[in-house]
Design a protein around this ligand. Sequence first.
Ligand code: C2E
Ligand code: CA
Ligand code: CA
Ligand code: CA
Length: 275
Amino acid sequence: AKAGGRGNYCFYTPDMHVFATRRRELEIELRRALKSEEFEVHYQPQVAIGTHAVVGFEALARWYHPERGIIPPNEFISVCEEIGLIGAVGEFVLTRACRDAACWPDSVKIAVNLSALQFKSGTLPAVVAHALRVSGLDPRRLELEITESAMLDDTASVLKQLRDIKQLGVLISLDDFGTGYSSLSHIRNFPFDRVKIDQSFVRDLGTNSDSLAIVRAVTGLCGSLGILSTAEGVETLDQLNILVAEKCDSAQGYYFSRPVPFVETLPFVSRMHAL
Ligand code: C2E
Ligand code: CA
Ligand code: CA
Ligand code: CA
């Protein structure tokens, strides 16, 4: 192996070997995890901004690893995407989330994250329809969250699938708005019902006037276009008060609750108490 050195291309280092080996182990483990049903779904409440009533939950994938405990999605979703496992994992999360949501009162929605890669095969509308059928969930209670990365290539196919999914009665949210490849043309050209304001803007709402200006612009834009707005990553009362003033529709974040296992959602919905 040649490491560093002027004019030398570095193809291989011992670190890369360790990385590649761990990576291969992770792939094998992920395939096993899917078969032995080690994936779980946690739920984070979303509340109406004025009343704090719970209006829905976001489904967030978790890996219950037999030795390493609960592993967060940032450590395995992208690997699942790279090894062709995201379709199966995504369908598992969707189906589980719809089944669980069917146990909540009718006024409570469920939001499920989609990977851009789940649009590749063209079968997503059928997958969504199937999840609705087996769970018996009213389609109007399901929201699918996509990021702008889903709109980057094969736009026509993605748009067609989104329209087919909306035909079912399902709502579509634009996730992590303001990060990555943000473009206002996405909001114009795609049929979004909701925009989720990324937590990076919410985090320093009280201290950074630029973040406040951006949140104000986004809620204003959503208001004019008839699109709902949800702020994510709300951790303090100060942030919440600003979002109320800016007429955001709903909020989610540690201020209300961390994502919790299904059984722990029941106290939120059984009394339907305001948080
Ligand atoms: P996301 O969709 O933006 O989800 C919000 C993330 O912010 C979640 O992290 C949530 O636990 C965290 N969060 C919520 N409230 C707060 C807060 O007040 N403060 C802070 N600092 N963080 C907060 P999580 O569960 O680790 O998920 C990370 C990302 O993994 C998600 O970001 C989403 O992009 C992806 N993901 C999760 N589940 C799935 C899935 O089923 N399918 C796909 N494709 N992606 C998923
Ligand atoms: Ca999300
Ligand atoms: Ca998000
Ligand atoms: Ca995010």
